[in-house]
Design a protein around this ligand. Structure first.
Ligand SMILES: [Zn+2]
Length: 483
């Protein structure tokens, strides 16, 4: 057994179980033995193999990223930020996923390794990774040191675009069933991994691409295994219109009707509710259905904000009793920036500075995610909890003055102040450098993968356009240099 002691931390974000919330502690010790925290308090009197001086740091629980797609999103850097279709209520999801696809294993491993490094460097210790199953996924994830919730995706249909305003669906239930079986096999393999840090989530991809039968059977498979269930719901106006056309119901109302809401279910986004100003459907039930059923929502502000869309609003979801977590649906994989955006955009939507607080967002990015995953041993610094923790460098200029270090971290410094990261008691980041993976090498492979993806675009796009025609650079290249 190995004991590590962080002595006399200037600030420590500790869990107050009686109050059900995080509290600041000053000049406190925290000790962990192997994978568990054994002490939080004024003076740890037992011997420790490793002692770290806490004088210049804030120790906080590792962040929980409740929704991500590491195997392809990094390849969209420089493409996705300003890509969207006005004829599809601004979303670029359908056109982009058809035209720009990273479907070779080399591209996937480069993307995933790059994203895992970004996540570790922003203080993420637990990650929900929603990806199509790919060779090497489990091995790379295990090597990263992250705590992994692998969510291999499957669906009954694929999206297809024939123009810039109509979404079509190619249905193949038999193929979807095959992918469902493969996903369960991968989930069971992850759960058996020797690291003990990996587990699975049953993940039918989208409410509009799966039959009710597949969605229900997937929910049953999750319940049998005692693991969570996640699906994208209410992520675009196009999807809402499609579900209204099929069922006369919003995606949320239909999800309730077929019985897939409830504790253990995590909805990706759930942003376009019946009350949303871009939807304005006549019912007023969606938010109540989420709160009353005990369903969790993974909120990822960035992709929507880039289209000009915001959740309306994060504070109302909290007040309705919805379990809220935070995710990184796209690059950058920086959960702290997502927390900051979630706070600011909630206030814009509510026109109220008090709609949400830093404490609300930090709770969502730690305890909220843990609750959604059914893990009361994560997201909290207290004896008995998993030793997943982050040391934030108070000497980072953007942390100064560190009057309120969480505000400095969330609104100013973000990943720049993340110094050390421990997961299961093992160090994965030291001095801001990832110990377990090689981001520089992954970046080289990622650039090559992006070139391959761009080269294939004319064959995949419904108009046969080039990548440059679909997503031009932000400035033209001067004629002299282009020659
Ligand atoms: Zn997503």
């Amino acid at each position: 057994m190995t004991t590590t002691l962080i002595r006399n931390a200037a600030w420590l974000v500790a869990w107050d179980a009686a109050a059900g919330g995080h509290v600041y502690r000053r000049n406190a010790d925290i000790a962990f033995r192997d994978d568990r925290i054994v002490f939080v308090g004024p003076h740890f009197a037992e011997p420790a193999e490793r002692v770290i001086d806490g004088g210049g740091v804030m120790v906080m629980p590792g962040l929980i990223d409740l929704h991500s797609h590491p195997e392809h999103e990094p390849a969209y850097r420089g493409i996705r930020e300003e890509h969207g279709l006005r004829g599809m209520h601004m979303t670029g999801l359908y056109e982009r996923s058809q035209a720009f696809s990273a479907d070779d294993e080399a591209a996937r491993s480069a993307c995933a390794e790059f994203a895992y490094c970004e996540l570790l460097r922003s203080g993420v210790t637990s990650l929900v990774d929603i990806s199509p199953p790919w060779d090497g996924w489990i091995d790379l994830f295990a090597r990263s040191g992250l705590r992994g919730f692998l969510a291999p995706g499957f669906a009954s249909a694929r999206w297809r675009l024939a123009n810039d305003h109509t979404l079509a669906y190619d249905w193949d239930e038999a193929a979807g069933r095959q992918r469902f079986a493969a996903a369960l096999a991968l989930i069971d393999e992850a759960a058996r991994h020797a690291s003990g840090r990996l587990s699975g989530i049953v993940s039918p991809m989208q409410i509009d691409t799966c039959t009710a039968e597949l969605l229900r059977d997937a929910r049953d498979a999750a319940r049998e295994r005692g693991i969570p269930y996640t699906v994208h719901v209410s992520q675009s106006v196009v999807e809402v219109e499609e579900m209204l056309r099929r069922h006369g119901k919003t995606p949320l109302a239909w999800a309730d009707e077929i019985g897939i809401l409830g504790p253990g279910t995590i909805l990706g986004h759930a942003l376009f509710l019946d009350t949303h100003s871009w939807v304005r459907w006549w019912t007023r039930d969606d938010l109540r259905l989420l709160g009353d059923s005990g369903t969790a929502v993974a909120h990822c502000p960035t992709p929507f904000a880039r289209y000009g869309q915001i959740m309306e609003n994060f504070g109302d979801y909290l007040h309705a009793g919805v379990t809220m977590g935070i995710g990184t649906d796209c690059a950058p994989h920086n959960l702290v920036e997502e927390m900051r955006k979630a706070a600011v955009l909630a206030r814009i939507a509510a026109r109220d500075i008090h709609s949400v607080s830093t404490a609300d967002l930090f709770h969502a990015a730690t305890v909220g995610g843990a609750t959604a995953l059914g893990r009361d041993d994560l997201g909290r610094l207290a004896p008995g909890m998993k030793a997943d923790l982050v040391l934030v460098d108070l000497s980072c200029p953007q942390m100064q003055p560190a009057r309120d270090p969480l505000r400095s971290f969330v609104y100013h410094a973000a990943d720049r102040a993340v110094r050390d990261v421990f997961i299961d008691g093992r160090q994965a980041v030291a001095g801001g450098r990832v110990l377990t993976l090689d981001q520089e090498d992954a970046a080289l492979r990622l650039a090559e993968a992006q070139r391959r993806i761009e080269a294939a675009v004319p064959r995949r796009d419904y108009l046969g356009r080039t990548a440059a025609e679909i997503a031009p650079l932000s400035l033209p290249i001067a004629d002299d240099d282009a020659r």
